[in-house]
Design a protein around this ligand. Structure first.
Ligand code: NI
Length: 183
């Protein structure tokens, strides 16, 4: 197990469409090691999720772990550390809401992004078994942010008004009322 380098915006791997993983690949030592290292890397960096392209491996795999609890954007339901392989998102309701998003590949910045708030995620686990989750509100945003990485997309691509891209320390001092942040 090891902490890997998180590549930052500007690295070409973050802009590639990542490759799906077959069941054979999933059970390989290389992918098991990648997942263990991603867990270490996420815990070291302190984010909610990490996608494989962020550690310079262009495969459709991401991990998400949400401690939950009461935050300034409301009460967030916890989610234990979960591995998502080849995830697909279905939008149930296109009604959108926005949050100030951050990204471990874009340190120091925050962007206000609106996304649909009711989705279904279908994915496979590390054994190749399929599962699905229905997600609303904050969690729907977190998953869309994370899985965008697998398509070479970053949250900055989804900011509609460039005035909504700011430094997080400035945001902390001057946060506009009514806009919620994702840590
Ligand atoms: Ni990100």
């Amino acid at each position: 197990m090891a902490i890997r380098e998180i590549i930052r915006m500007g690295h070409p791997t973050l802009r590639q469409v990542a490759q799906p993983l077959s069941v054979d690949e999933l059970t390989s030592d290389e992918i098991r090691e990648l997942v263990m290292d991603m867990v270490d890397t996420l815990h070291d960096a302190g984010g909610l999720g990490l996608a494989a392209p962020q550690v310079n491996r262009s495969v459709r795999l991401a991990i998400i772990e949400i401690p939950g609890g009461t935050t300034r954007y409301g009460v967030i339901p916890p989610m234990p550390l979960t591995v998502f392989v080849n995830p697909v998102i279905e939008v149930v309701d296109a009604a959108s809401a926005g949050y100030w998003e951050g990204c471990l590949s874009i340190p120091g910045l925050r962007g206000f992004v609106e996304r649909p708030q009711h989705i279904i995620v279908r994915a496979h686990d590390l054994a190749g078994r399929s599962f699905q989750l229905e997600l609303k509100d904050f969690l729907a945003t977190v998953f869309q942010h994370e899985f965008d990485h697998l398509d070479g997309r970053l949250y900055v691509d989804r900011i509609e008004d460039s005035r909504n891209l700011v430094y997080e320390d400035m945001l902390d001092q001057h946060e506009a009322p009514g806009k919620r942040s994702i840590e």
